[in-house]
Design a protein around this ligand. Structure first.
Ligand SMILES: [Fe+2]
Length: 406
């Protein structure tokens, strides 16, 4: 009889079979190269095509296939170009903002835990997304308006997603993590995971996209993420990653791809992976770890989008009018690519849960306005910061979300 739950021990033989696959280069024709079963996309090659819908659709099709049926991981080289002045400024300024946050938090006595390392061994910024927004809205806005970030997020999650981020600095001598899977089921005890039906084990992987943006070069000796291509395809993986025979298999088969500053790595959260050991002398490996959540799931970290919009409002307005001036656009054409990508990053694009008595489904008849709809309307109508903040807070009150209104 068919069983709702996984009741047999996970099969190492089946895991080995899945992880022994090899990529055919013709499956991913837009990848510049494939290293150790990891497709590498050289984004500067696509720089002139960043607004070309046909090319973007092809790239998103390849990324989706990689995450679902392929190796589960790929690299976007030069996502933040270190030769393009604007991008490099954003990356450098973001790094400076992170260092400022780290030193401020170090001065406070509050103990910070880590998922896998002893307290104090590494530097960690929880919720670097919100903290970056209020520390330096200008570099935050440039950093998160990067169209490639929006394209890769929507390729896996669709148009409504919530970015959360954590900065991790692994110092020389820093230990490797144990191999694991990530949020949602990856952050539950195995005994709890075992109570979820098979479908939820699959669903967990569709609700999040994992990413890492390299803020320093990451040669192999510094421990860039250890990865086990194809392991996301193993249905019982959330029940297997703590078992000794699976850890042993990981230890003898993982791969790692060296990254340069500005490169990004994206992977299916069900991929077996681990941060590597830093065996360098003097290189503090810094990454901004992205956890991008579907609007249909629950994020790991709470982001108060009104605070982020409030902090970035002047920068967003300036970006909006600059693009309008440069392109001499008609207002009806909507915001530019960068403005759209930034709005997707900072405001919620999904209007539920809500109170349908107070917020009737309009204008489509299916859903009330989302935060993103309000922000776009505010830009078009030239609202002040006070007005947009007040309208977004009122929207929360009307939705019955009084708890989050400060
Ligand atoms: Fe992880």
């Amino acid at each position: 009889m068919y069983k709702r739950l996984f009741t047999s021990p996970p099969s190492l033989a089946e895991f080995e079979r899945l992880c022994s696959q090899t990529i055919k280069p013709e499956t991913y024709p837009l990848a510049g190269s494939i290293e150790k079963n990891v497709p590498i996309y050289n984004l500067p090659d696509f720089h002139s095509l960043v607004a070309d819908k046909t090319t973007i659709t092809k790239l998103q099709d390849e990324w989706y296939h990689i995450l679902l049926n392929g190796p589960g991981v790929f690299v976007l080289k030069g996502m933040y170009s270190t030769t393009n002045e604007g991008d490099d400024d954003a990356l450098s300024a973001a790094t400076t903002a992170y260092q400022q946050i780290i030193s401020n938090e170090r001065r406070s006595s509050e103990k910070k835990g880590d998922h896998f390392a002893n307290t104090g061994a590494n530097d960690r910024i929880w919720n670097s997304f919100s903290k970056h927004a209020v520390t330096d809205p200008a570099s935050f806005s440039t950093y998160y308006s990067n169209p490639w970030l929006s394209y890769v997020s929507s390729a896996w999650l669709g148009p409504a997603y919530r970015i959360t981020a954590q900065v991790n600095v692994v110092k020389p001598g820093g230990q490797a993590q144990n191999p694991h899977r990530d949020y949602h089921l990856g952050f539950q005890a195995v005994s709890s995971c075992a109570q979820y039906p098979r479908t939820m084990h699959s669903a967990s992987a569709f609700l999040t996209l994992q990413g890492a943006i390299a803020h320093t070069d990451m040669p192999l000796a510094s421990g860039p993420t250890w990865l086990l291509p194809f392991s996301q395809q193993f249905a019982e993986g959330y029940l297997a990653w703590t078992l000794a025979e699976f850890r042993d298999y990981f230890a003898s088969h993982y791969v790692a791809i060296p990254l340069e500053r500005g490169d990004a790595l994206f992977f299916n959260p069900a991929l077996f992976h681990a941060a590597g050991a830093n065996r360098t002398v003097g290189l503090e490996r810094m990454a901004n770890l992205l956890q991008i959540s579907s609007a249909f799931g629950k994020c790991m970290e709470a982001v108060d989008s009104v605070v982020v919009v409030e902090s970035c409002w002047e920068v967003l307005v300036e970006m909006y009018y600059r693009a309008t001036r440069e392109e001499e656009k008609e207002e009806e054409q909507g915001p530019s690519l960068e403005v759209s990508c930034l709005i997707r990053a900072i405001a919620d694009g999904y209007p539920f849960p809500t109170n349908l008595d107070r917020r009737p489904p309009a204008p489509s008849g299916l859903a009330p306005e989302s935060e993103q709809d309000v922000v776009i309307r505010a830009l078009k109508e030239g609202w002040t910061r006070e007005r947009v903040v007040s309208e977004l807070r009122q929207m929360r009150l009307d939705s019955g979300d009084e708890m989050s209104v400060k």
